[in-house]
Design a protein around this ligand. Structure first.
Ligand SMILES: Nc1ncnc2c1ncn2[C@@H]1O[C@H](COP(=O)(O)OP(=O)(O)O)[C@@H](O)[C@H]1O
Ligand SMILES: [Mg+2]
Length: 415
């Protein structure tokens, strides 16, 4: 059998080795130990399967081997050498692929016992010379310490035929996918709810001392109950709330990257996520990413076209940033934000977006402050979850959006 105990043990040893040896020789910015983070993963075999797991169990997301649970894809791959009867012992059956990421594929799968759907994120091991991938390790460690209604739940880890999967709660859509479809129209109350839920998730992360560092549409999941959850913690890290640390600035997808990182800042905190949240807020209204730069310099130009060029009054410390002299704006552009966006957004929404997309990171609004904005507290209509999404045909993830676009392009070139 492919899932011989030896193979599984080896996998776990690698996990332990990576945990013990994780330092700044493996990643470009060092990872501090955090009191909340478990130093030792639980490598014991499971006492119960996911099916029997009680929701109240406090420490349910543990590394466990689910032994004979074999996703059907793997079974098909190995049909020739697997004895008949393997199928009856499958715990998860793969339904479809929903994501294709940098670090591995994501599948929708069904738990054959509970009939519940989960997302299986396959951890790609081929490219790893040094055992268990650091990014995956980081994501697992962080997710294990998080529990919030606006953060995706990691149920458990699973090893099947030597392949490691993260088992997540299943989410029907992601924001990139859901904003690209035209069947379901979001009302202003829905958009307010999505924005509020995103900020609540961020407020929780930042309170726990975690910076996400990759907030963008495809990493924000939405389900048919209208719930929004932050996902993909592959770039996230713990930070010191009081002491500012030296980090890499090559984080956050270009279009959502704040100006201080584009100017080379390596000392930053949770404010970087708040800029990205501002980008997402605008995107909710316009349905498209607003700052679509081709490279770092162009990215700044695209932001200037809307928000004007940063001045010393608006951002006194900008001049001290490493690359400021090198790439500083050549001309003065005024701020056009309100003129450009008032056709999409209410006055209080404009106010909040402007406070999220503030150049000076020290003046940028925090997630907790943002939740107290008059947009949420005073202005009509009150937030309302888009529960009508359950009537929507299909499931919308970035992957489907990309495939649709490719199909359309093919049709156009054929015509
Ligand atoms: N729990 C989930 N439920 C449904 N789809 C998911 C889930 N997690 C991820 N996905 C889909 O898979 C894609 C890639 O997953 P992600 O965690 O962002 O990995 P990557 O690091 O490869 O970007 C996401 O953009 C989303 O569309
Ligand atoms: Mg992602």
């Amino acid at each position: 059998m492919a899932e011989a105990p030896e193979a599984v043990d080896e996998q776990f040893l690698d996990v332990e080795k990576s945990l013990a040896g994780e330092d700044d020789t493996q990643v470009d910015d060092h990872l501090e130990r955090h009191d909340d983070s478990p130093r030792q993963l639980d490598l014991r075999p499971p006492r119960h399967s996911l099916g029997e797991r009680k929701e109240t169990s406090k420490d349910s997301s543990k590394i466990i081997s689910s032994g004979p649970c074999t996703p059907s894809e793997t079974v098909q791959d190995r049909e020739a050498d697997s004895p008949s009867g393997t199928r009856s012992r499958e715990l998860y059956k793969i339904v479809s692929q929903v994501g294709e990421g940098t670090f591995g594929k994501v599948y929708k799968a069904q738990n054959m016992v509970t009939k519940m759907y989960v997302a299986l994120k396959r951890i790609r091991m081929e490219a790893e010379k040094d055992g268990f991938p650091v990014t995956a390790m980081r994501e697992i460690k962080l997710l294990q310490s998080l529990r919030h209604e606006n953060v995706v739940r990691l149920y458990e880890m699973m090893v099947s035929n030597g392949v490691v999967y993260m088992v997540f709660e299943y989410m029907d859509h992601d924001l990139t996918g859901i904003l690209s479809q035209t069947q379901f129209t979001f009302t202003p109350a829905h958009l307010k709810s999505l924005c509020q839920q995103m900020l609540a998730g961020l407020a929780y992360l930042h309170h726990k001392g975690v910076i996400h560092r990759d907030i963008k549409g495809s990493n924000i999941l939405v389900n048919n109950r209208g719930e929004l959850k932050l996902a993909d913690f592959g770039l996230a890290r713990f930070y010191h709330k009081r002491r500012q640390s030296d980090y890499t600035n090559r984080v956050i997808t270009l279009w959502y990257r704040p100006p201080e990182l584009l100017f080379g800042a390596t000392i930053y905190g949770a404010e970087v996520d708040m800029w990205s949240a501002g980008c997402i807020m605008l995107e909710l209204f316009t349905k498209k990413p607003v700052f679509q730069g081709n490279d770092e310099i162009h990215q700044l130009d695209v932001v200037y076209k809307i928000f004007g060029t940063p001045t010393v009054e608006r951002w006194p410390s900008v001049m001290n940033l490493p690359w400021y002299e090198l790439i500083k704006p050549k001309e003065n552009i005024p701020n056009h934000f309100r003129e450009l966006f008032q056709k999409w957004m209410s006055p209080a929404a404009l106010d909040l977006a402007e406070r999220l997309l503030t150049y000076d990171p020290s003046r940028r609004i925090s997630a907790v402050q943002a939740l107290e904005a008059s947009y949420f507290i005073e202005e009509e209509p009150p937030a309302e979850r888009p529960v009508g999404l359950s009537t929507l045909e299909g499931e919308w993830h970035e992957l489907e959006t990309k495939r649709e676009r490719a199909k359309k392009r093919k049709k156009e070139t054929a015509a």
